[in-house]
Design a protein around this ligand. Sequence first.
Ligand SMILES: Cc1cc2nc3c(=O)[nH]c(=O)nc-3n(C[C@H](O)[C@H](O)[C@H](O)COP(=O)(O)OP(=O)(O)OC[C@H]3O[C@@H](n4cnc5c(N)ncnc54)[C@H](O)[C@@H]3O)c2cc1C
Length: 577
Amino acid sequence: MMFSTSCRGFACWASKELARLMPLLSFRLAPHQFSSFALILSSLFTLGSSLAFAQGASLSIDSKLDTKSELQAKPMNYDADVIVVGAGAAGLAAASELQSLGYKVTVLEARERIGGRVHTLFDGEQAIEMGANWLHGQDDNPLVALAKQQGHRLSAPTDWGDSLSYDEYGEEIEDTEDLSDRWYTVVAKYIEQYLEREPNASMQMLMDDAQKSGDLGFVSDDLHNLFINFMYEQDWAADAAELSVQAEMDGEDYRGGDPIPLAGFQTILDSLSQKVDVLLARQVSAVQQLEDSVEISYSYQGQTQVMRAKRVVITVPVSILQAGKIRFSPELSARKREAIALLGMGHLNKVWLKFPEVFWDDAQAFLRVSPEKDRFSLWLNVHQVSQQPYLLALSTATQLEAGSDAEIVEEAMLALRGMYGDEIPDPLNSYISRWQNDPFSLGAYSYLRQGGRPEHRQILAENEGLIYFAGEASHSEFPSTVHGAYLSGLREAAKIHKNLNPGAEPLPAKNLLELKEQGDLSESFTEASPKNIGNLETKNNLDQGEKIPALEAKQEQEKLPQAEEFESTEMRKEDDL
Ligand SMILES: Cc1cc2nc3c(=O)[nH]c(=O)nc-3n(C[C@H](O)[C@H](O)[C@H](O)COP(=O)(O)OP(=O)(O)OC[C@H]3O[C@@H](n4cnc5c(N)ncnc54)[C@H](O)[C@@H]3O)c2cc1C
């Protein structure tokens, strides 16, 4: 098998270098209900109260049921062909593609902004990325093509090899590039063995084993821990004790280096959102699958409202599914729930500091052995990217968010003073992300937990009847990235198109065709192939007359009217659309 890495950051400059040198390795190195009865009742209450709201009347649940036969006579009415939940890269890609194919699409987004984990703030002219920063790989990366098509300037790819390392006392550590290459050569052998012998082990177990064996005797414990952090923990935003050794097989990379969009990552997503109907501040709480429609309940300005569509695409982070923030009826399959549980959600935050002047080294990155695990161990020299006096710290420390802004800045300055002396100036400004405490992300991005396998991403991507799933965690080729999220949205759009048009051949994604016409994607890239947009197979093709057995059985058992007999169109406030 091909030797490739799926590293997405600094962590991998050494492994990538090594990958070039070790083409003969024989393995690929890479880098969660609700009782249905209760839900149906709850939906009836929700529908009834929304109807009452829309009609300015007060209906009891009994009077709602009395309206059944009247409403039954009306033809099925959909609010949209497809409703997309979430306006991040995946949701916007799915919506944009489906819209291009002629479908009526509405996106429901909980936040009061689009972008999700792509979030750019501005400090004067400096784009401050709170989430995604790098376009990982230039060659054939659709987002690079999209950025170029829109005329965005990209930085030169970050040269992660151009870095300096410091020990706990601020002394420079020599030869770290060479040492990390040697370290990775040993670790790669252990990974090969572990994947065969102990595929459910954690990365930390493997690392401890390698260290105890003496094979890594040429690096100090501090350096060993620093390499683990940079090679794996930063890359997957996960503690090595939680990260599966299978992470090494999880995903691929585009080649060509990692540039930064200078005008901000969010600008790349803005164009996608212009084409689609995005409703902000709508937090989806329940998805109920009926025989031939899906009803989506969401809160808006303190009211619960309901929309109905032929299909729904769920693009929320896997952590939102794990936390049960969206109730599914019928509940998701056991297979899907297991896959969701075995995908972890990482923790990674950013601390941006603006200084009155540049006092740091002329290298692209600085590594530092920190007394506490990964507290201000990795710094990016932003000055080399934008010529502005900023430093950016990336931290996977789980407890970082617990501190106040002032405490976090103070700790960051302690780290910097350890490297550059007490006389360096205080920062003029700071920006600190808190992705774990953000209720709509509950973490940074997905990784394979101990026991998790890359196939769990594919299972997450399987549709359950009329409910489709996209998002970075569902893309097995490019997980944990913005381009993976984008491609997962195109994949689900293609699946829905195929599902609504059973005889149709898979189409090249229109979004990708447009980019190819600009000459920025290779000929083969526009094919609707699994490699490019993922597996197009759908499950439970209800268009072919199949019913949802669980729901059917429950409705028969409970003798309840089908909730779909209540129209949802009138339930929306006029200003919703
Ligand atoms: C600190 C950090 C650094 C990163 N660095 C990079 C990088 O350099 N390069 C890279 O490629 N990737 C990077 N990533 C990962 C990248 O940002 C994500 O993989 C990608 O943006 C995920 O897109 P998505 O559409 O799958 O999910 P999201 O962007 O999370 O979109 C999901 C949307 O669903 C919404 N939502 C959640 N719950 C609900 C609900 N109940 N109802 C309605 N809407 C809801 C959310 O508000 C969100 O807008 C980074 C992420 C972080 C946090």
